[in-house]
Write a protein that binds this ligand. Structure first.
Ligand code: 5GP
Ligand code: MN
Length: 318
């Protein structure tokens, strides 16, 4: 049984990080663990959190301004927590993780085989934030920690809509909101609110989407020209793939954007019939059964054809 209090005992320096292009669960779980550990350790222990700059919508999370860049230090901490991913997705923080004396991996991705000396990976949990919550001493959770965990949970469950939402998830959420933060405003601001530009790109992606496999698949792409035209960053594209999946009759939605010439970051969302984690893993990515991603190269049509083959095979078997 993993005991967080035992792990941090005597550590002179502790680092925390999550995956590149951090999403709500990554930011929420890292910040919650950061705030919690800072409360638990003495003045002799330095706790640091390393992440790529989170989206502006997360600016109200306490401590967000204290996030460090991995290249700010050459010395790996004694103890390092990798959250919401395997070490291969830590980006620049991987160096710190690999060099740490003790490495702990906390995650909920089914594709994660565990990269730590200790691995707390629960594919049954809604989110890494839910896994982190279970490791904390409840009496030490305050409103700011609760808020960060709540953000992580609402982002990975689509505000309690997706099938990863369990009775346990809802019990934890109930416990968290009892700390009295304004959860309605938090959901609106961090999940639903879009900038005008974000809505325009979303509208364009929907308008230009293409059905395939007789309407059981849908795909849309945003190329670099469009990204440049709107001066958009990848975070501006969040949520597009979920809207594509809402299309009636669709079993699998694909959204991709061009990161380099002929290189695409692919996001997939599916119904019960298609396991997109399997497909993403096949192409070097990962994720969950109904939400996964990978990076692929080739033309747009190459990428769609390659993915479509796997989707079709799974639909035939289903
Ligand atoms: P999204 O489509 O929102 O970027 O990601 C959906 C899910 O798949 C998330 O849980 C995310 O962590 C995972 N995921 C997305 N892209 C990758 C990837 O390239 N590699 C791995 N291992 N997981 C990914
Ligand atoms: Mn994540």
């Amino acid at each position: 049984m993993f005991q967080l209090a035992e792990e941090i005992k005597g550590a002179g320096s502790i680092g925390i990080s999550g995956h590149i292009r951090p999403d709500g669960d990554c930011v929420g779980s890292c910040m919650a663990l950061y705030l919690y550990l800072k409360k638990c350790v003495g003045p002799e222990t330095e706790v640091s959190v390393y992440l790529e700059p989170p989206a502006d919508v997360f600016a109200d999370i306490e401590g967000i301004a204290e996030i460090k860049k991995p290249d700010e230090t050459d010395t790996p901490p004694e103890l390092f927590f990798a959250l919401d991913c395997e070490s291969s997705r830590l980006g620049d923080a991987r160096r710190l993780f690999d060099g740490a004396g003790r490495r702990i991996n906390i995650d909920h991705h089914i594709s994660n085989t565990g990269c730590g000396m200790v691995n707390v990976v629960d594919p049954g949990a809604s989110s890494t934030s839910e896994v982190v919550y279970r490791l904390l001493d409840r009496s030490r959770i305050d409103a700011e920690i609760a808020k960060a965990l709540y953000i992580g949970i609402i982002h990975d469950t689509g505000v309690f809509q997706y099938s990863n939402t369990s009775p346990e998830t809802l019990r934890i959420a109930a416990e968290l909101v009892s700390h009295g933060f304004d959860f309605s405003a938090l959901i609106q601001k961090t999940f639903y609110e879009k900038t005008y530009i974000q809505n325009q790109i979303m509208g364009r992606a929907l308008l230009e989407s293409i059905l395939f496999l007789h309407g059981r698949g849908i795909v849309s792409v945003v190329d670099r020209k469009v990204m440049d035209f709107y001066n958009a960053v990848p975070q501006d594209l969040d949520g597009i793939v979920s809207l594509l999946r809402n299309t009636k009759g669709v079993e699998c939605a694909i959204f991709m954007y061009e990161t380099d010439a002929m290189v695409y970051k692919v996001s997939m969302r599916s119904s019960d019939l298609v396991d997109v984690a399997k497909i993403a893993s096949y192409f070097g990515g990962g994720g969950h059964k109904k939400a996964a991603g990978c990076t692929m190269s080739g033309t747009f049509h190459d990428v769609v054809n390659n993915l479509s083959l796997h989707i079709e095979r799974q639909l035939e078997e289903a």
